[in-house]
Design a binder for this molecule. Structure first.
Ligand code: SF4
Length: 220
């Protein structure tokens, strides 16, 4: 696929029938953000809310991503956010390899046009696109190089949110205040207090990305 601007990619995605995911979508979700973004976030695929609105990361995981960005002084308009597949897999199942392959030309074109300094992969599928034989749990939080491009893998915000919620539930069952369980994870004034273990990891991971792109005055 050859595109000269992001708008032509958006139009092609909205009209695309290259895989079966087109049959059940409400709206395709090409991606959104700055065309010259220094950081590009790549998730796995649209969920229920994204499918309804045609925008990436607008459900609970997106709200957590917004908080993570805010914790480092960024808005979503400052970055570019997209997914491996641009149409929602039924029941939010994992995208099939054939669907990822069918959609890969759009993502390749977005990366080429935006030319971000850092690609942040959200979750194991988008990490696996670049490093298919490696584990996200071991790779997360460390910058890598892939064909000259800096890749920074972090957990998917949805997983962080679920872990944060289960952590909050466990704290409630044990009668612990939020800060008691999370105290060990707070090592930076920018950290999201009380966000839970995985969410705190994700926050710190994003902070590490930002230090790489532009130092945070509150942390250096
Ligand atoms: S997921 Fe990608 S390849 Fe499949 S129909 Fe949607 S835009 Fe086309």
């Amino acid at each position: 696929m050859s595109f000269t601007d992001l708008q032509s990619i958006d139009h092609a995605v909205h009209a695309c029938t290259n895989c079966a995911l087109s049959e059940q979508r409400t709206k395709a979700v090409p991606g959104e953000g700055a065309s010259n973004a220094g950081i590009m976030f790549i998730g796995e695929g649209p969920g229920y809310h994204e499918d309804r609105q045609g925008r990436p990361f607008v459900g609970p995981a997106g709200q957590l991503l917004d908080k993570l960005l805010a914790s480092i002084g960024l808005k979503r308009a400052d970055v570019y956010i997209t997914n491996m597949v641009k149409c929602r897999p039924p029941s939010n199942r994992d995208p099939f390899p054939g669907e990822i392959q069918a959609c890969s030309g759009y993502l390749d074109a977005q990366v080429k046009l935006i030319a971000p300094r850092v690609i942040v992969t959200l979750g194991r599928h988008s990490f696996g696109r670049f490093f298919p034989s490696e584990s996200i749990s071991k790779a997360r939080g460390k910058a890598r190089t892939w064909k000259g491009q800096t890749i920074f893998p972090i957990y998917h915000p949805a997983a962080a949110g679920r872990t944060a919620q289960s952590g909050a539930d466990a704290r409630a069952r044990r009668g612990l205040p939020e800060a008691e369980d999370d105290a060990g994870e707070q090592c930076c004034p920018c950290s999201a207090a009380g966000a839970g273990r995985a969410a705190a990891f994700a926050t710190l991971d994003v902070l590490a990305v930002m230090r790489r792109v532009s130092p945070c005055p509150g942390c250096v």
